[in-house]
Write a protein that binds this ligand. Sequence first.
Ligand code: PMP
Length: 412
Amino acid sequence: TGPSGVTGLRALFPVLSQHIQGHPLAYLDNAATTQMPQPVLDALQHFERHDRANIHRGVHALSQRATDAYDAARAELKRFVGAGAEHELVFTSGTTESLNLVAHGLSAHAGGGKPLQPGDEIIVSGLEHHANLLPWQRTARESGAVLRILLPDAEGHLHAEDLARLLSPRTRVFAVTACANATGERPPVAELLALARQAGALTVLDAAQVAAHAVPDISALPCDFLVFSGHKMYGPMGTGALVGTRNALEQLAPLRLGGDMVEWVSFTDASFAALPARLEAGTPNVGGAIGMAAAAKFIDAVGRSAIDQHLHALRHQAVQGLAALPGLRVLSPDTQDTAIVSFVTEGVHPHDIGTLLDGQGVAVRTGHHCAQPLLEHLGCGPTTRASFALYNTPEEVERLVAGVAKALELLR
Ligand code: PMP
């Protein structure tokens, strides 16, 4: 499938065939949330209409079908990220919950491992979404561990030498994103994770921004915890996963306690079930898990490399067009393999650009993108961000560039 073949799939996304303020919708906010194709909508509807029942607890036919479908969804998503026999996948409500589960799970008692202690060290990259920073801030405060930040250089790049300087025998955790949502930067994660693991740290990879095209293979990476969201990979909102080695997952204390995660319970005590149930208390989002697995199947049916190629071409086109505009700075302009273009404009507020673009049917996101410390570190403040998915077209990128050019003219 070439690029044109990929955009041919646009017809599978019902939400895209609408007009906004008289213009065909150009949906360029895919780093926030992607749209769902018909096969995913069908999988969701099929579950809700035919198989909906609570899992595990029932002997009746629907409960068994729901349980089977939930288990099959887990198996499909494990396959999607290359999980082997040594790995397990825990369903969550998204990347945010997955990261909270890891950060809380390593500091609370009742995990299988030694909780974080005063003087232990946590290293988090400076490129992170708040979801991969705030949970570590709290964990550090509550456990007495020290939080260190692996800062990027002035261009927003992370360097292995800087990580090597920060690592110590007390480093227990290193957390980094596979792609910075605010800039599109793709740090050298294989190298960084390997250094951290050599130093004895547990490694956490935030794959939220790559799960739709450059899906990490957990078996090929020195990665203990991999996290991502369904709604950024053509799946339902409120779905996500935490994949990890069984060893690492067993060190986590559960974030939630309740039904379905216990072996036995007395009035005063309980013992927890084995993975993955131990970390999935309560009735899960069964339909969501099924929809998320359908999204993984959809991505692979289209082809990861075909999607990747298409996204690079769009990003390249956008960078070329935007960087030529006066007083406009594109962040991480040379980054390969990214679907995000984020930029700042001299003397013009991103919010005003976003509003004018919306008036032409072009949907982008503006602001700090939940990465305020990074944008302040880079000295740029809020940005305008366009982000692409497989259904976007070169014509939409042209409309973006022309729309920004016009907005700058009007606003300066
Ligand atoms: N990490 C990254 C890199 C993200 O882009 C996002 C979403 N913008 C998150 C974490 C949080 O994901 P969610 O809102 O789906 O929990």
